[in-house]
Design a protein around this ligand. Structure first.
Ligand SMILES: Nc1ncnc2c1ncn2[C@@H]1O[C@H](COP(=O)(O)OP(=O)(O)OP(=O)(O)O)[C@@H](O)[C@H]1O
Length: 628
């Protein structure tokens, strides 16, 4: 309480212009809180966490940035995890859209506002690292009683801004401690780390968005220009500035002797306004020349070492099915599936975690394998069914154990499934069924890139690409409190949704593939099975609650029953044929299709892969009515 009263007095002294022992940025923020936002330093305000629905909106808006920032965040967290730091990525409104922290401290972190969804903008929360970074556009540390609201004075927070390539402040990266050593300079290293990570995230963002343009990267020393550049700008084909990192904007502003804070118009101006350089000399600044020879002079007389990266030629092929990796073209056919296949192909080459949603048996594991096969990763594909492993075994199955870790342990110890997937893909099937305590451990593995076998003294590094799947809606499980929200976001950088079989327009194509699969003879030769039109119609008419797996089983059984290699209605399970009409071949098939579609002729035509007039003609010819 005494500390609180003293804190309020100090803010009042600063407001009256009296000397206080704080940085100028802190005093300016306190004044904004008092004069502009009319905040009361005497009030305690708990950290604000935005409701789930709003967090979802904020996450969606920054989805691309979160995906690009993820590997930078993970690398940074790996450097500071054992020192108790928490990492937040906040959007331009100060809402935390990504978060990495020790799951064991969950309760405390949430209470302190160091959590997903916490809202740190200055007008609502007073002086904070995220809020003040957003207000000033600069990296800073807000240490303990620098915070305006006394609720937060245990925290020490350090933040750096992330700008988009047009120079707009889009996010803030924050490294925070629940409690910290007393002196503020203890956070200087943290300040250096967040600045460097924000710079790398901006670089990655610029590179991802300007593949087909010239990019110039700069550094003050020739040793760093190719490996860890300080700034970058992108040029359009006319040699005009098309994008820049924040330090790139500072370099350009300085070249025309302006302060970047005065927001000079930089985008669209010719590069020659800033550098003694034109488009023709760019090829001489590529890696083909020694770094020392790539010095570029700026208009203000300064010089920097440069590295020019050539535009990549535009490929048009990816859009067409023919150029998709084989494993992905094998997922389906037709316009409905094309968008999913293209998205899968694009994601497969990245390391982004993917969540696959789809009904049971709809082909989620099949899709996950296709992602792995197209990823180019050398390690194995390891599938874990999180619902099938008994709870008492799951820990040692997943994490492995050392020799003698517990009674019954393997004499030489055993590698867990997670470690086995090192260098490859870990497929977590039915992730929605994983118990909450295990979710925390998994989160740790994913955040730190390390796994600690049961009984082991030290963790081991693992390089994983995680694909997970669930037939339940993970967002609903999160809302019900049965699935960790932070784990959900970590697993679902991108989501792929598989349609149920009954909604797929390529049903016939899938059926033909299964007829080939089950037509293999004992020597493995392909003799595709054939099928009568009526049997085909019966299959089309069914609703397939068990999806492709159910169809696969039906064909496997029919293949075994059929002596001739031609599957007919008799080879199909009884539940597919409407009993009273089972003998009446063509009429039975058509009637079943119409019943299954509630007599919607267009839908029946789609399922039977014929046009509507054919259906009407057959209805008439066979004398089918809804009542017979
Ligand atoms: N595109 C496809 N072409 C041919 N067969 C497929 C295709 N997709 C899935 N299958 C087959 O369907 C069956 C079920 O697929 P899979 O195991 O991938 O489904 P799932 O959604 O993971 O099931 P569950 O929800 O039960 O885990 C498998 O036999 C698989 O080979």
């Amino acid at each position: 309480m005494l500390a609180h009263a003293e804190h309020v007095r100090e803010i009042e002294r600063a407001a009256q212009g009296l000397a206080v022992n704080r940085d100028a940025t802190v005093i300016q923020s306190w004044r904004r809180c008092l004069d502009d936002y009319r905040l009361d330093p005497g009030r305690f305000c708990e950290a604000v966490i935005v409701p789930g629905e709003r967090l979802k909106e904020h996450r969606q808006q920054s989805e691309e940035l979160v995906a690009i920032a993820r590997s930078g965040l993970e690398r940074l967290y790996g450097q500071v995890a054992d020192q108790g730091y928490v990492l937040l990525l906040a959007d331009s409104q100060g809402v935390t859209v990504d978060f990495i922290g020790d799951p064991q401290l969950d309760g405390n972190l949430r209470k302190a506002g160091l959590y997903l969804g916490s809202q740190w903008a200055e007008p609502g929360s007073g002086t904070s690292a995220v809020g003040s970074c957003l207000a000033t556009g600069e990296a800073l540390t807000i240490h303990q009683a620098d915070h305006f609201d006394a609720t937060h004075i245990a925290l020490s927070c350090t933040a750096a801004p992330i700008y988009d390539m047009l120079g707009r402040l889009t996010a803030v990266l924050d490294l925070s401690l629940l409690s910290s050593p007393i002196p503020k300079p203890s956070q200087n290293l943290a300040l250096h780390l967040v600045r460097a990570t924000a710079r790398r995230i901006e670089l990655a963002n610029l590179m991802a968005q300007t593949r087909h343009q010239w990019v110039l990267r700069f550094a003050r020393s020739p040793e760093f220009v190719d490996v860890d550049p300080e700034a970058a700008i992108a040029l359009d084909q006319n040699g005009r500035i098309a994008g820049m990192t924040h330090i790139g904007a500072q370099v350009l502003s300085r070249a025309i002797e302006q302060d970047w804070r005065s927001s000079p118009d930089l985008i669209g101006r010719p590069v020659t306004d800033f550098f003694d350089l034109d488009l023709d000399v760019l090829p001489e600044l590529t890696r083909q020349r020694a770094t020392q020879e790539r010095l570029v002079r700026m208009r203000d007389g300064h010089a920097l070492f440069a590295h020019a990266i050539e535009p990549k030629p535009v490929r048009s092929g990816m859009v067409r099915g023919a150029s998709l990796p084989a494993s992905i073209s094998n997922l389906g056919e037709g316009a409905d599936m094309a968008a999913l296949q293209l998205k899968t192909a694009k994601l497969a080459r990245t390391a982004l975690p993917i969540l696959i949603q789809g009904e049971t048996g709809s082909g989620k594991e099949h899709l996950a394998r296709a992602v792995h096969d197209a990823s180019g990763r050398k390690g194995p594909f390891i599938a874990i069914n999180c619902a099938a492993i008994p709870e008492q075994l799951i820990e040692s199955e997943l994490f492995g154990h050392t020799a003698g870790a517990f009674t019954g342990a393997a004499p030489k110890g055993r590698k867990g499934l997670i470690e086995q997937a090192d260098g490859g893909t870990l497929f977590l099937d039915e992730i929605g069924d994983m118990a909450l305590p295990l979710q925390s451990r998994l989160l740790r593995v994913l955040a730190e890139g390390e796994v600690q076998p049961v009984g082991a003294l030290a963790p081991r590094k693992v390089d994983l690409r995680v694909v997970s799947a669930s037939h339940r809606s993970l967002t609903s499980l999160v809302e019900e409190g049965r699935f960790r929200e932070d784990l959900f976001y970590r697993l679902s950088a991108a989501t792929l949704r598989l349609p149920p079989l009954r909604e797929r327009s390529d049903f016939g194509w899938i059926l033909d593939r299964l007829l080939v699969r089950h037509g293999l003879d004992q020597d493995g030769r392909e003799i595709p099975l054939a099928m009568t039109a009526t049997a085909r119609a019966l299959l089309h008419a069914h609703r397939w609650p068990g999806n492709i797996r159910e169809l696969d089983n039906v064909i496997a059984v029919a293949a075994a029953l059929s002596d001739s290699g031609i599957i007919d209605c008799d080879d199909l399970p009884d539940y597919l044929a409407p009993g009273d009409l089972a003998g009446d071949d063509e009429a039975a098939g058509l009637r079943a299709a119409l019943v299954a579609c509630n007599w919607n002729v267009s839908e029946a035509a789609r399922r039977l892969e014929v046009d509507r007039t054919t259906i009407h003609r057959r209805i008439k010819r066979l004398g089918i009515t809804p009542h017979n």
